[in-house]
Design a protein around this ligand. Structure first.
Ligand code: IDP
Ligand code: MG
Length: 140
């Protein structure tokens, strides 16, 4: 059975461009319920750890610099089939390849500065949610 929670971040470019509200509206309109949310800024150490899976990729340094360049919004979301449905809602990594009506098509600047993060598996959704939120900060 598919898990019912995913983890997201509204990334620094989308915060900077004033789209926090628009993106949260798209998320709740798509039927996701917010279980935890915070406005914060990642430290370099946190960004490196969060994206450790990409440490060997050529864009890792650029990605870490970008993710610590300004505040983000982190959230845990709930919906049936959350991980897959949220990846559909955000669209392809590169906004030029994202479908119409997706968050990245609407609000992402580029493949690097692509407005939102979405977990890619139930396992990572759990790990990433726990990375950002203590159990007591998450609504049951
Ligand atoms: P995803 O966010 O769609 O799952 P991943 O391949 O997991 O995409 O990459 C993680 C993040 O790294 C992307 O969201 C984007 O911010 C950044 N990124 C991915 N590919 C590139 C690239 O080719 N150049 C620069 N940044 C990239
Ligand atoms: Mg990914």
């Amino acid at each position: 059975m598919a898990g019912n929670r995913t983890f997201t971040m509204i990334k620094p470019d989308a915060v900077e461009s004033g789209n926090i509200g628009n993106i949260i509206q798209m998320i709740t309109d798509a039927g996701f319920e917010i279980k935890a949310m915070k406005y914060t800024q990642l430290t370099e150490e946190q960004a490196k750890e969060f994206y450790a899976v990409h440490a060997e990729r050529p864009f890792y340094g650029e990605l870490v610099e970008y993710m610590i360049s300004g505040p983000i919004v982190a959230a845990i979301l709930e919906k049936e089939n959350a991980v897959e449905d949220f990846r559909k809602l955000i669209g392809a990594t590169d906004p030029s390849e994202a479908e119409e009506g997706t968050i990245r098509k609407k609000y992402a600047e580029s493949k690097a500065k692509n407005a939102v993060h979405g977990s890619d598996s139930d396992e990572n959704a759990k790990v990433e949610g726990e990375f950002h939120f203590a159990a007591a900060e998450v609504v049951a």
